[in-house]
Structures are given as structure tokens and as C-alpha cells.
Design a protein. Structure first.
Ligand code: PEP
Ligand code: MN
Length: 337
């Protein structure tokens, strides 16, 4: 339920409602808006709770939250959430560009590509140090050494570091180096991991599981939000369908649909979404046209030699061209990039 306070309700009245919510065995979550404050009462349905809260002083109305996800829902918060860290701004009229290699492979590789993507207009640097690979025989990432190199690339460029964390026990280590923790598609429903990344307090990039529905995706985000961490970006990275001309199928209708259902910013990954370098720039443009708040794109100094996902990585030159195209689309829509 949402307890909508009257405009100008006093702090004492709000505190009283929070206390009542908690006495009812529900969890309170306060959202201070520009006009009025709302107190979300979260938990299992309780008989009589609505009536009990409605009579509170300063309360305008109590309305049920219809969506299964609560804190992620536009029913609870209408104002759009913007995620900001260093120069990276995602959402609320800013299209944030996160670019870099699939994996951190060497000092030269990450420093070179970081400077390049920065010069081309990216404000976030991606690069996996812990890699979730389909085969246990594939390159698994440089682990902590890779994180150190990412931190060095940040010191050199100022880019915000976006990197994946695969296990709850790795969260403190990855959080010590990263600016944004990425939860990979394979881990979207790893609930202990979602709680652990939420508790780190860092912004989260949550990737959609390739077989997850949008409700499941938003409920995964809800696990992070429930820890009190509101800096969550949702990332559409393609789903598994019968189609095999692309690695995954990239459904761009996810973007406007999520904008109707949640206030969280939506990032599109055209690299994993298509699995083909030749399709990435066009889908990046299309994502911005569909309203994406950010892009995460794989770029490698020499894709042929990449240790992972080289077939979908843009060359530096192709990335620069993609950025020029994306800027035109963003400008046409009045967005900053
Ligand atoms: C990645 O970003 O390199 C990655 C492994 O992505 P996903 O989790 O979407 O497969
Ligand atoms: Mn990859």
C-alpha cells in the first residue's frame, strides 16, 4: 500500500505513520517528493491495515500497489531515477555511455581503450575481471589483477568503472575498486548476490536474464531496492528465442514498457543483444530512439585478438562512428549524451 500524505504534512505526522506501518508488521519506505511525501507500506497483505492508516493525521489517502514489485514501480515513485557516479549520468534526459572490452586482458589493452572511449564521449568504462563463461575452459578473467588495472584506467581517465561481480563473497573486493557493480544475466535471480550488491551501497547495473520475464526482472531489482539502495539501472541485453541469426534477440519494446512501469533508468546492451559487431551501431541508435537512458557497448583495440566476445566488439574506429550517429539521434530527441 501507499500512504499518500497531504501536501504540507508535518514531519511529526509522517513519523507517526511510519511507526504505525511498522506496528502493523509492514516495512516502511519513505519517498519525499517535491509536492508531497508518500510512505510505502511493504509486506504481506494485512486485514484492516488500510483502514488503520487512513485515519492517521495528515493522511490524504491510502492506495494499494497493484504491481508485484513495489519500490521499483511508478505507482510508488513517479519521478524518474537518475543514476550518477563520477561523470556517468544515466536517466532523466541524460544518455550515459559505458564502453570498453568484454574482459580486462592486459594493462596496455585497458589503458589504451579507456583513453579512446573517453575521447569518443563515453563516461563509463566497462571491463570484466570476473567473467561468467559458458565453458569452464574459456578465459575466466584476470580477477583482482584486472580490478587493479581498471582502477589504474580510472585514475588516468576519470571514467566510472563498471565491472561484474559474480559471487556474494566477492562483493567487498570488487566494491573496493568499482564505481558500479554489474550483476550479469546469468545471475539475475541469484538472490543472495542481489542482496549483497545492494548492501554495498554502490550503483548497480542489473542485466536481464535471457529467459526472464519483465516482472521477474523487476522483482530482481526489488531485491536490491529493498536493501535501501536506490541506484539501480536495468539493462536489456537480449533474450533467448528460437531465432538464431543473432546471438540473442534484442527486444527494444522493453525500453518504453519499462518506462511505463518503473522509474529506474534503462540501459541497452546492443553487443550481447546481437552478438554481431556489424549490427551493434544500428541497434545502439535504435535503442536511443526508443528512449534508452544509457548504452553499454563492447569495444576492443583489436577485436580479432580478444580473449572473449571479440565477434561482437566494435573497433575503436567503429565506436567513434557509432557515437556520432547516436549523438544525432539524441539531439533530435532533446537528450544529452
Ligand atoms: C558481459 O557484460 O560481458 C556479460 C557477460 O554480459 P551478460 O551477463 O549480459 O551475458
Ligand atoms: Mn561480453
Amino acid at each position: 500500500m501507499i500512504v499518500v500524505m497531504k501536501p504540507g504534512a508535518s514531519q511529526r505526522q509522517i513519523d507517526h505513520i511510519i511507526e504505525r506501518v511498522e506496528q502493523l508488521g509492514l516495512r516502511s519506505h519513505v519517498i519525499v517528493g517535491t509536492e508531497r511525501t508518500v510512505v510505502a507500506a511493504l509486506g504481506e497483505k494485512r486485514d484492516g491495515a488500510k483502514q488503520a492508516l487512513e485515519t492517521g493525521e495528515g493522511v490524504e489517502k491510502v492506495v494499494p500497489i497493484l504491481a508485484p514489485y513495489k519500490m521499483a514501480s511508478t505507482e510508488v515513485k513517479q519521478e524518474r531515477t537518475q543514476v550518477t557516479v563520477r561523470g556517468l549520468k544515466v536517466g532523466d534526459n541524460h544518455v550515459g555511455i559505458i564502453a570498453g572490452p568484454c574482459s580486462v586482458e592486459s594493462r596496455e589493452q585497458i589503458l589504451e581503450i579507456a583513453q579512446f572511449v573517453k575521447d569518443a564521449g563515453a563516461t563509463g568504462l566497462r571491463g570484466g575481471a570476473f567473467k561468467p563463461r559458458t565453458s569452464p575452459y574459456s578465459f575466466q578473467g584476470m580477477k583482482e589483477k584486472g580490478l587493479e588495472l581498471l582502477a589504474e584506467a580510472r585514475a588516468a581517465t576519470g571514467l566510472a568503472i563498471v565491472t561484474e561481480v559474480m559471487a556474494p563473497e566477492h562483493v567487498p573486493m570488487v566494491a573496493a575498486y568499482a564505481d558500479v557493480l554489474q550483476v550479469g544475466a546469468r545471475n539475475m535471480q541469484n538472490y543472495p548476490l542481489l542482496e549483497a550488491v545492494g548492501e554495498s551501497g554502490l550503483p548497480i547495473l542489473l542485466k536481464r536474464g535471457p529467459a526472464a520475464t519483465i516482472d521477474e526482472f523487476l522483482l530482481a531489482a526489488e531485491y536490491v531496492l529493498k536493501t535501501g539502495n536506490s541506484q539501480v539501472m536495468l539493462c536489456e541485453r537480449g533474450i533467448r528465442t528460437f531465432e538464431d541469426h543473432t546471438r540473442f534477440t534484442l527486444p527494444l519494446a522493453t525500453v518504453p514498457y519499462l518506462h511505463q512501469t518503473t522509474h529506474l533508468p534503462v540501459v541497452v546492451d546492443p553487443s550481447h543483444g546481437t552478438g554481431k559487431a556489424s549490427l551493434v551501431a544500428t541497434m545502439a541508435r535504435a535503442a536511443i530512439a526508443a528512449g534508452a537512458d544509457g548504452l553499454i557497448v563492447e569495444v576492443h583495440p583489436d577485436p580479432e585478438k580478444a580473449l572473449s566476445d571479440g565477434f561482437q566488439a566494435l573497433t575503436p574506429h567503429a565506436f567513434r562512428e557509432m557515437m556520432q550517429e547516436c549523438r544525432k539521434v539524441a539531439a533530435a530527441l532533446g537528450l544529452e549524451i
